[in-house]
Design a binder for this molecule. Sequence first.
Ligand code: SPV
Ligand code: MG
Length: 295
Amino acid sequence: VTMPVSRARRLRDLLESNQLEFIMEAHNGLSARIIEEAGFAGIWASGLALSAAFGVRDSNEASWTQVLEAVEFMADATTVPILLDGDTGYGNFNNLRRLVTKLESRGVAGVCIEDKLFPKTNSFIDGERQALADVDEFCGKIRAGKDAQRDPDFCIVARVEALIAGWSVEEALERAKAYHAAGADAILIHDKAPRFDNIQRFADAWDQRCPLVIVPTKYYSTPTDVFRSAGISLAIWANHSIRASVTAMQRTAREVHDNQSVAGIEDRIAPVSEIFRLQGDDELRDAERRYTGSD
Ligand code: SPV
Ligand code: MG
């Protein structure tokens, strides 16, 4: 008898495989299902996309339990592993412990936490240099999270914001080494530069100590093979589902408003039957036959 492989195990396998893997952003049950159907072996539950879908800012305006509820819908709608963007862990080490416990109970495979201060600010928002967490405090948070997990495969990814905050590659390396020593299963090295150079330098010096994760939002024109040669384990397409849906909804809404008719768009949008399919309506029809004897 073969045991089904847990989602946490599959996320761990994505991180630890010796090839470059990809996951993509989703922000609710429907988008999560679409990402899985497209063939992705995992899903990024993006803080930016979740908050945008709620209509609030990426500044911890949605509470952690509201995020938990959204990610639970995503887990229910899918079978692939979900890595939650857990921002700073929504507080101190104790808040992270509670988050990890709740995520495991909801079938979420792992969480990524970043070394910033609560309430966080999105990494791409210009302004003052963003303040980073104290290294020892962040390491304690990682250790507390690792001690809290019951499934040994649950993954904690530590995200280094040093490059975003304008610090050097050396500072980023020091922090990453400390987070790895504290028990992080992988390091997400983030940057907002249009070029991959600093992450390349980081990856060269990192020398495969543990898996590296990247978010190629700003250096999107860098060929994927460059990430592969740099030894990156996981690339996250972090916000492209919500951005695609915003463009589609804006165009559609404008056109319907201006034309006072939906006749012109009918052929360009998903039919209602496709919505039913994505909702898994077939299964309910079958269940009705099975449990009520009706047809
Ligand atoms: C997110 O998707 O919310 C992220 C990635 O954290 S970024 O927006 O690039 O900071
Ligand atoms: Mg985020």
